[in-house]
Design a protein around this ligand. Sequence first.
Ligand code: TXA
Ligand code: MG
Length: 323
Amino acid sequence: MHDDPLPMAADQSLIEAVAAIRRGGLVGMPTETVYGLAADALNPAAVVRIFEAKGRPRFDPLIVHIADADWAWQIAEPSPRARKLAAACWPGPLTLVLKRQAIVPDIVTSGLDTVGVRCPDHFVARALIRTCGTPLAAPSANTFGRISPTTADHVREQLGERVDVVLDGGPCRVGIESTVLLPDPVPTILRPGGVTRERLEEILGEPVAVAGRSERASHLPQQAPGMLASHYAPRKPLTLRAPGEPWPTDPTVGVLAFREAPALPHVEVLSRSGDPAEAAMHLFACLRRLDASSAVRLMAELVPDAGLGLGINDRLRRAAGLG
Ligand code: TXA
Ligand code: MG
């Protein structure tokens, strides 16, 4: 798409990652949301390897990552809302689901006539994409249905040899995945995430529906497959604490609390100051630690259901298998 030469001073791991992408391989790519498992989006054989490495069903379409907003219209058709949102939110944790251009292979979109496009707000991701000169298809770099990775180690632990190179960009700043938005004909959030509904409404100056929550979403042809009821799941059984319900006293229960936790041996607190952004950043790592602990079952509490809380609670409900 753009044939930039490798930067002279490129880090060795970046050079290896670019080489891996160019020969149709897979790269663990840091982004501001979670780590992605990236391949050349325009190379169908490379994209097939993503589905195989994750054990992901082929009906679940991938997001195409671009280095700059102006790449978007080579892959997808612009609309007035799409242009407005791209200008306001990219680079950033927003995926726009738009009519696709013919250049996008069927395997990326699961045969849909739309494609999810996003420009990640991470220096390493954009350097990788720009140097490869091609958009990169990337789902979260976890095995299908499991907890999303927010560090390079998480990627290595889950995918091991199945990924050619893992680029270490440090822990992810946002911590939950991008918001997936269908801007037309009615702006609808298919998956709540790093950009809040409130912010989208402010940018567009109109209401934004949330799929599964509003009759306005009834025009949807199908839900985003990432909306499966069980997803982001730990191996141990996880239940949600009902509002007002006392915390358990059983020491074999691992607790995921928002601000304050009971005195139990296995406890993780998302944000002592009650900051939703901090809570989102810690969410998946806390779940992983509890899953790796000697707790027998897990209990989590929901956070206030506004702003980033929408995305956090969506992940907690799905981690508990409740959709
Ligand atoms: O933050 C993120 O979005 C991360 C990082 C790596 O960019 N990626 C990510 O990808 O979460 P994945 O594959 O785990 O989730 C992508 C979601 C899925 O729910 C998928 O169904 C939805 O986006 N999606 C992708 N293309 C779509 C399309 N054309 N129509 C509807 N939903 C789509
Ligand atoms: Mg995922």
